[in-house]
Design a protein around this ligand. Sequence first.
Ligand code: ATR
Length: 284
Amino acid sequence: MKKVFGVFGDPIGHSLSPLMHNAAFSALALDCAYHAFRVRPEKLEKAVLGAEAMGFGGVNLTVPLKEKALELDCIEPDPLAKKIGAVNTLVFREEGEGGRKIRGYNTDGLGAKQALLDFAVEIKGSKILIVGAGGAARAIGFRFVEDGAEVIIANRTEKKAIALAGDIAGTMPEGRIRGTGLSGLDTLVREADVLINATTLGMYPNLNTSIVDAGALHPDLAVFDIVYNPLQTKLLKDAEAAGAKAVSGAMMLVYQGAEAFRLWTGIEPPVELMKKTVLEALGT
Ligand code: ATR
């Protein structure tokens, strides 16, 4: 019988995950199907328990459900997801007498890491500047501090950057992290090895905005933009013009999905096909 997988969120109509995972399932001849489900936060628990009861193979959670998942007793978050305070992948594991445990993971930070590794960007010991202090910045920040980077979180609302840096430092006292506002951003960019835009700036329809002055970008920098609509944001165009490495947020989408696929199936996903599928969908 076909195994069903899904992504829960609201809104969910534009999710690329069904296309990406179904392409992977069919390339590997797995008898599986992946669908998008519109689930409101107040219905999340019922939806998760329903999916478990119906024998789903696995579930992704997206906006606005990732944080909500931590409030549910039925989900056991892994230590990293618990620290981040958000779950994007649910795994239903057979455990004990007929019982299935629902485990929650967060693969977003790993997705960002893999996207950078593709461009031969070193994480350990690098100076990583993350602009933004929302959910994406959180997942990425925890991951990179754990991987031994020196992380600065810069955010328009400075106190949110300081609070996030404090949260991360609280769970990883040996880590190197601090939070700040945007006033000294150009200088921070000049001193950074990696710049990550974790804000919504530059997203369609605001095509001509970027969080950073093009003049501050430099050839020794890797620039990663979590925005992937459009694929070529102003920030990434400016990065290329400055001779910097330009890494698309579409790769984070692919790699967080690839990691979820591994957790669900134990099988190595066809990552190149998943990339091609996502890039084609975004290009049209
Ligand atoms: P997500 O959870 O997906 O990361 P979010 O929580 O809405 O999204 O976070 C959006 C981030 O983009 C925030 O850090 C926000 O800054 P504030 O905390 O000051 O609101 C940042 N952001 C959004 N619009 C921005 C703008 N015009 N200039 C600078 N930062 C902006």
